[in-house]
Design a protein around this ligand. Structure first.
Ligand SMILES: Nc1ncnc2c1ncn2[C@@H]1O[C@H](COP(=O)(O)OP(=O)(O)OP(=O)(O)O)[C@@H](O)[C@H]1O
Length: 253
């Protein structure tokens, strides 16, 4: 697949991306010639078995890691050869992250954790941004927890704080890496519903890495990786069908 124009409503894309670790004969090919685009206002799941390259792909797309070969864009900006300082700025302004481990600052209360991206950018939220943050706090059920510190919250509440923080700057793209990995199934479902809501109600573009078919079933589109290759690109699928597809991909050792 060639993706040659920048005007495709894509918030991120990669072309002929490869990543290997180590050197021959022990070289590990984490990604092999991957070309894909993440569409605006869609919730995309990146699915695949353990070791298929999901996290590596997400890290390169987000400018957290560099490729061995190929090119990568965030919006219309090519990030392939950007310096670390350029990338830091671009990430801060355009991208939000939600990780399995929440990654909240333990010494800051919920209010300060949610506003941290502005602090790091050296500015205060504008009135419109402050109103958006207040809406996020309400929608995510955090309004009466703002003075609490992370250790005083449940895992689900901590992940909701991480989501509020990630959405506070209205990033062009939200990357989520196994966002329900540390949550029980009911709390996990709530978090997935919130992500789905953010994409449907606010047009938030989301790329979520997961190996869980139930999580991937919340997405509008499912990309399947196997052994570092993109093997399928499907519209929304029920969890059962995703599981069957995953099983059909598994190659006996
Ligand atoms: N820093 C590294 N050094 C060497 N090999 C690595 C490194 N990081 C990843 N790999 C290898 O690259 C391949 C892809 O890893 P990656 O973490 O992207 O897979 P994944 O699909 O996210 O897996 P999981 O679901 O288990 O997190 C694996 O074979 C892994 O062992």
């Amino acid at each position: 697949m060639e993706i040659t124009t920048t005007d495709l409503g894509l918030v991120a894309r990669v072309q002929h991306l490869s990543k290997s670790y180590g050197s021959d004969p022990n070289r590990v090919h984490a990604l092999r010639d991957i070309s894909l685009g993440i569409r605006a206002a869609e919730f995309t799941a990146i699915m695949g078995p353990s070791g298929s390259g999901k996290s590596t792909l997400m890290h390169i797309m987000a400018g957290l890691d560099s490729a061995t070969d190929g090119r990568s864009w965030l919006g219309d900006d090519e990030i392939t050869d950007m310096s670390d300082s350029q990338l830091t700025l671009l990430r801060r302004r355009r991208v939000g992250f939600v990780f399995q481990a929440f990654n909240l600052v333990p010494t800051l209360d919920v209010r300060a954790n949610i506003r941290l991206p502005f602090e790091l950018d050296g500015r205060r939220p504008t009135d419109a941004e402050a109103a958006w943050i207040a809406e996020l706090e309400r929608t995510l059920g955090l309004a009466d927890r703002l003075a609490h510190r992370p250790h005083e919250l449940s895992g689900g509440q901590q992940q909701r704080v991480a989501i509020a923080r990630a959405l506070s700057t209205r990033p062009a793209l939200l990357f989520a890496d196994e966002p329900t990995g540390n949550l029980d199934s009911r709390t996990g479902r709530e978090v997935l519903e919130l992500l789905q809501h953010a994409s449907r109600r606010y047009g938030q573009s989301i790329a979520m890495v997961t190996h869980d078919p139930i999580a991937a079933a919340y997405a509008d589109r499912v990309l399947f990786l196997a052994d570092g290759r993109l093997v399928a690109d499907r519209e929304r699928m029920p969890a059962q069908q995703i599981s069957e597809f995953m099983l059909s991909m598994e190659v006996p050792a």
